[in-house]
Design a protein around this ligand. Sequence first.
Ligand SMILES: [Zn+2]
Length: 305
Amino acid sequence: MEKSFLIILGYNSSLPFYNHHPTSQILYMKNNFFLIDCGEGTQTQLLKSKIKINKINNIFISHLHGDHYFGLISILSTYQLLRRNTLLTIYSPKGLKEIIKIHLKWSYSNINYPLRFVVLSSTKQKKIYENKNLKVYTLPLKHKIYTNGFIFKEKKNLKKLKIERIKKIKEINIKDYRSIQKGYSFIKKNGSIIPNKYLTYNRVKSLTYAFCSDTKYSPNIVKYLKKVDLLYHETTYLHKYEKLAYKRGHSTSVNAATIAKKSKSKKLIIGHFSNRFTNKSLFKKEAKKIFKNTIIPKTLKKYYI
Ligand SMILES: [Zn+2]
């Protein structure tokens, strides 16, 4: 299984800008491909990324400003053309289902594959998805309209067995492997204990990715972000516009870096820059003064978590 990674399909803010795309990301985690936000042009960006569209079974939409979901209807239409037949689940604030319905109604189109909407409405953190390998939680944000970020957490990894040692111990059967992988020691019939450490390699650390969509500076979220391996945080404005940013429900480079620092995140990716700033490296310069490990992403590049 490949290590978890993030591909940024677009990180621009709402006004169009040559060669840049509004917010959309693909997260690969434990054999799952999650689409996070879906700004205009996401579909063509996905083609460029070479990620197969059919691998996506869950789409997470942070809020209903157009630069975060205008690309969705085209993806849903493509699935119909490709005769998708597997379940697609969309997590979003209230209203998206109605928007999609109206589109379909007036284009006299149908969606025949199973499509499920999960409506997010809580202002508290909720677990919204879980499978045997990972969990997804909302990250309540403060924007002009109801908005969530999302936190993707791998569950504890199973330990890798030292198989050459295990095979030498006759009492250990294949059915015992699972509990050893989980970290238990092996107890022989005569009561003696073979410590787990002797039978396994060190556990590979479980990873966490946090997507912090549009928000004003909100230190309350730090408690949800403790030591995340990778944090994406919006930085629409440079810090001299701090007051304006706050008023408009957005953050500055210093705000994002402060959240990364306070939460002891390992890495910070910044984005959602306003077009009024032509020199994007200034965002990084400001952020780096507070949080060194700050990156301005390259679109379509693979970032390991
Ligand atoms: Zn917004």
